[in-house]
Design a protein around this ligand. Structure first.
Ligand code: ZN
Ligand code: ZN
Length: 293
């Protein structure tokens, strides 16, 4: 694959015709002060709703399938508080990441007056975005979904329906961390639930026959054989029927594993990019262009 030299890419932005401020329309009338930042992108809104739905689904299964029917109140209360707190923090950081201006450069500020007001030294180059007509500060990139130039743009994330940039990266990092934690917590609880319910069914079966484990083992009685006529259900482990419980728990396991892997990788990438002070977009571009972004 042929590598694009660095100067070629930057020259596109330095073309004289792009730097003519006369071509810029005046900046649009600014909205009322304190207007909420929200990207009207159908795909992003759908993904954000799916994210909320998946967290609420996990909340439902954890509470109504695992914790509330449990007779171990201490276990239920402690896990309920931890899980709900993490879920609340995950959704709160999701809202902040979605509704915070990621660092948008003022639109249409590449006017003659503004460039003159910068008092540039002779030979100093300013970068202008031809798409949103703004003067691009260093490390700002144009996002085609947000239709704005974003300072220190990392990437556009449809799951938070926003760009991840200078102002909202911390909320995004917190969001990935809390989702990874609730996924891990839910998986551990599902593991305990399966173990506990299996143990409980086994004990109930023995009680029903008035036997203890050793006697049953000596008699060579098969658990499977005895369960057929007795139909011992696991209703004490869940208020739902056993098949429904198993389906709900398997779906939660699948969701938990998927999100744990995805958000852990994302969290690690974000922390690495913060430590090296380099955005994901920069790293990708540098690997293609072999130059510092
Ligand atoms: Zn732009
Ligand atoms: Zn964007």
């Amino acid at each position: 694959m042929m590598l694009i030299p660095t100067h070629h890419f930057r020259n596109i932005e330095r073309k004289p015709e792009y730097l003519q401020p006369e071509k810029c329309v005046p900046p649009p009338y600014p909205g009322p002060v304190g207007t909420m930042w929200f990207i009207r992108d159908g795909c992003g809104i759908a993904c954000a709703i799916v994210t909320w739905f998946l967290v609420l689904y996990a909340e439902f299964v954890v509470l109504f399938v695992m914790l509330i029917p449990s007779r171990d109140y201490v276990y239920s209360i402690i896990n309920g508080i931890v899980f709900n707190l993490l879920a609340f923090l995950a959704l709160a950081s999701h809202c902040r990441a979605m509704l915070t201006d990621p660092g948008a450069v003022p639109k249409g500020n590449a006017t003659k007056e503004f460039i003159e007001s910068l008092q540039l030294k002779p030979g100093q180059v300013v970068y202008k975005c031809p798409k949103c007509c703004s003067i691009k500060p260093d490390r700002a990139h144009h996002c085609s979904v947000c239709k704005r130039c974003i300072r220190k743009m990392d990437h556009h994330c449809p799951w938070v329906n926003n760009c991840v940039g200078e102002n909202n990266q911390k909320y995004f990092v917190l969001f990935t961390m809390y989702i990874a934690l609730i996924s891990l917590h839910a998986l551990i609880m599902v593991g305990f639930h399966f173990l506990h319910c299996f143990e409980e069914d086994w004990t109930n079966l023995l009680k029903a026959y008035g036997l203890n484990r050793e006697e049953m083992a000596e008699a060579g009685i098969s658990l499977h054989e005895k369960m057929q006529p007795l139909k011992v259900s696991s209703t004490e482990c869940s208020s739902f029927s056993p098949p429904t419980t198993v389906i709900l728990l398997i779906l939660l396991c699948f969701e938990g594993l998927l999100f744990l892997i995805f958000t852990s990788v994302m969290f690690g990438t974000q922390v690495h990019s913060i430590c090296t002070d380099e955005t994901v977009l920069c790293a990708a571009r540098r690997s293609v262009m072999q130059s510092k972004c």
